[in-house]
Design a protein. Structure first.
Length: 270
């Protein structure tokens, strides 16, 4: 059976593990070839281990096992030249670019707003917000030149829909992505390129499953109570978000643009 993304090519940032790896595998299952990158290095203010080169190689292995092509690179989303170089290499390899999953992001400290350091604020905004702008800016010219339309899906968060105590830098970055998405949806509509954000609640990845966050949650049970989903699920699986991306990137979502799509077990409406 032909996949919903057969013949398409997808660029995915933060693809070494977690949601990014799940997106790469799901897109490949639906017939897409993949251009994947990750920093594969430790960020100075990340309080948990970041993905490694071995993680990125495992993503490559999983995609290739599905019979799809993949081009990978170690690249920092804050390095616009590196991202542009990867996009060019991917387009040379596959001849086109149809889908962008601007997924890379991280969480640093959990702290009240006035205790966040300048280094923590600057690095998180650089990766989570400016890095998304650099990723889509590198990809859009190739998508326009190909003339096939396409889909850009930016990973925001449930934290991009409401204020959340002790996460000011993260919340700010994820709200900013919605403004970027809405602007791009207007700018790219004449090229039949659709732009949307997805807003997951907690997802089972290292960003939530780490000692720093566990220690904070143990010390602040009242904060944890605010994170409970109305539907009876503690954490989403990465594939739950991937399924939404496949729908948005496929013909089934061909008239969906400018939308902030919750994939959050009801978190944002409680």
């Amino acid at each position: 059976m032909t996949g919903r993304l057969q013949g398409k090519v997808a660029l995915i940032s933060g693809a070494a593990r977690g949601q990014g790896r799940a997106h790469a595998v799901r897109f490949a299952q639906e017939g897409a070839d993949i251009i994947a990158f990750d920093i594969c290095d430790q960020l100075a203010t990340a309080p948990y281990p970041m993905a490694s080169l071995d993680d990125l190689k495992e993503t490559q292995r999983l995609v290739e096992a599905l019979g799809r092509g993949i081009v990978t690179a170690e690249a920092d989303v804050r390095d616009g030249a590196a991202v542009r170089s990867l996009v060019a290499a991917g387009v040379r390899e596959f001849g086109r670019l149809d889908i962008v999953s601007a997924n890379a992001g991280f969480m640093s400290c959990v702290s009240n707003t006035w205790s966040i350091t300048e280094e923590q604020w600057t690095e998180l905004i650089g990766v989570n917000l400016t890095g998304v702008w650099k990723t889509v800016s590198a990809a859009i010219p190739a998508m326009i030149e190909a003339g096939n339309g396409g889909s850009i899906v930016i990973t925001s968060s449930a934290a991009g829909t409401k204020g959340m105590a002790n996460l000011a830098h993260y919340v700010t970055s994820k709200h900013g992505l919605v403004g970027l998405m809405r602007t791009l949806a207007n700018e790219l509509a004449p090229h039949a390129i659709r732009v949307n954000t997805v807003h997951p609640s907690g997802v089972r990845t290292k960003m939530l499953d780490n000692d720093h966050l566990h220690d904070f949650m143990a010390a602040h049970p009242e904060w944890v109570a605010n994170l409970v989903n109305p539907l009876p699920v503690d954490l989403l699986e990465p594939e739950d978000v991937s399924n939404a991306l496949v729908w948005l990137a496929s013909e089934e979502g061909r008239y969906v643009t400018g939308v902030a799509l919750p994939v959050d077990a009801g978190f944002t409406v409680k």
